[in-house]
Ligand binder design. Structure first.
Ligand code: ATP
Ligand code: MG
Length: 390
């Protein structure tokens, strides 16, 4: 029997006039992600996206797993379509969910009628289908309050659909429906989580990594690429932009006071990221900063860090505890890779006594010895783009 997926849209339905655009974006994202599972047809009616396999051998289990990570989807049901006829619904329920029903401790039928031309109300549909199933499976009692299995019947525009319990989707808004941002991706625990959180708001992500070879090893870079790859499950196709950062760090180390190393370095990251944003028509930067976690994450330090740029810096982890961040990292599957022990470029050049309450004036003075613009231009000219994920 050929089943299909019903993907219920989430917040997207609140978008009023833009709704069509959001739906198209989501449909594009779903179609692209499902291509590798075989041929299927996708269409959207009444805040629901339908995925119908178009060939034998379509990998439904794979598709069902993949859509769980696509933002913009509130819930996912694997369903069977049938004629909009009460007995056809009963037959479909028996054929499709009969095994599950015979194993259940109790059940109920829950119906929805979005096609108001259908002659029965949703309560009547539930009573009829429930009654017939009860007769066919007399050993399974009906329990409308706390059923072991809920059988859903939906009478919609094109057909009726029968399915078991829906599973939750990834929520959020479709990636690409809300603009683009450059996300600063280190090899740590935090930045994969901040990247995920901003992608969830419908932002298309361009990950950027600052790489200081040989102070940080090729393995550290591989780790970041692996993290980028893991995030494509949520963010869709991406290329990690790797920025050569060694020359800048050596210049800072040679010419600036040690207590300012980190801050001056972070100001370079911001400038370079902003240039990359301009090149990609992106309108914000994303970082995994978190108030008070390290010396460069005081309010004063952040003001200094962001002073050279005009774009907003989105910092979704700002108010979270480490434990909360770790919980998300585990859930999205980046934690185990993040804790692999390769150094990142910040740790190699970390000052022994970093300045935690810097003033902009002292940092700007310390920076004057550097050819800031030339160093930024040189770094941007040396970027490498590396495709990650599928
Ligand atoms: P993370 O766990 O993400 O590494 P962190 O707690 O180590 O964060 P910092 O080292 O202060 O914090 O870095 C703050 C943010 O700056 C990171 O979350 C990341 O967004 C960005 N960042 C730091 N180092 C790099 C790097 N080498 N390449 C790209 N972005 C970086
Ligand atoms: Mg770090």
């Amino acid at each position: 029997m050929e089943d299909m997926l019903l993907l219920k849209l989430g917040e997207i339905v609140l978008k009023g006039l833009n709704r069509k655009q959001f739906e198209m974006k989501l449909m594009g994202n779903v179609t692209r992600r499902l291509r590798r599972f075989g041929k299927c047809k996708c269409y959207c009616i009444q805040s629901t996206l339908y995925v119908e396999p178009q060939e034998d051998g379509f990998d439904m289990d794979g598709a069902m797993e993949a859509v769980r990570y696509i933002f913009g989807i509130a819930s996912i049901s694997r369903a069977i379509a049938c004629e909009k006829d009460k007995d056809a619904m009963v037959e479909a329920a028996k054929n499709y969910l009969g095994d599950a029903l015979s194993r259940a401790a109790s059940f109920k039928v829950e119906s929805r009628r979005s096609d108001k031309r259908f002659p029965m109300t949703s309560i009547e549909i539930s009573q009829y289908v429930g009654g017939e199933l009860s007769e066919a499976y007399p050993q399974v009692p009906v329990d409308v309050h706390n059923p072991d299995l809920t059988i859903h019947v939906e009478v919609r525009d094109l057909a009726a659909y029968v399915h078991g319990p829906a599973i939750p989707g990834a929520g959020g808004l479709p990636v690409g429906s809300n603009g683009r941002a450059i996300s600063l991706l280190s090899g740590g625990i935090d930045s994969p989580v901040s990247t995920y959180m901003i992608a969830k708001r419908g932002i298309s992500i361009y990950p950027v990594h600052f790489f200081s070879f040989p102070y940080t090893s090729e393995l550290a870079k591989q780790k970041v690429l692996e993290l980028g790859g893991l995030l494509t499950k949520y963010c869709g196709r991406m290329s990690v932009i790797v920025v050569p950062f060694t020359h800048i760090q050596e210049e800072i180390r040679e010419k600036c006071p040690e207590e300012y190393f980190t801050l001056i370095m972070r100001r370079f990251m911001m400038r370079i990221a902003q240039q990359l944003a301009d090149m990609h028509d992106a309108h914000a930067l994303v970082t995994g900063e978190n108030l008070g976690q390290v010396a460069s994450q005081t309010m004063e330090a952040m003001a200094v860090t962001q002073a050279p740029i005009r774009l907003p810096v989105l910092q979704p982890l700002m108010g979270m505890d480490k434990e909360e961040i770790v919980t998300i990292a585990r859930r999205i599957g980046t934690f185990e890779t993040s804790i692999l022990p390769y150094e990142d470029c910040c740790t190699v050049f970390t000052p022994r006594h970093p300045k935690t309450r810097p003033t902009l004036q002292e940092i700007e003075e310390a920076e004057q010895v550097l050819e800031v613009d030339a160093l930024v231009t040189e770094a941007v000219a040396g970027i490498e783009r590396i495709k990650v994920g599928e």
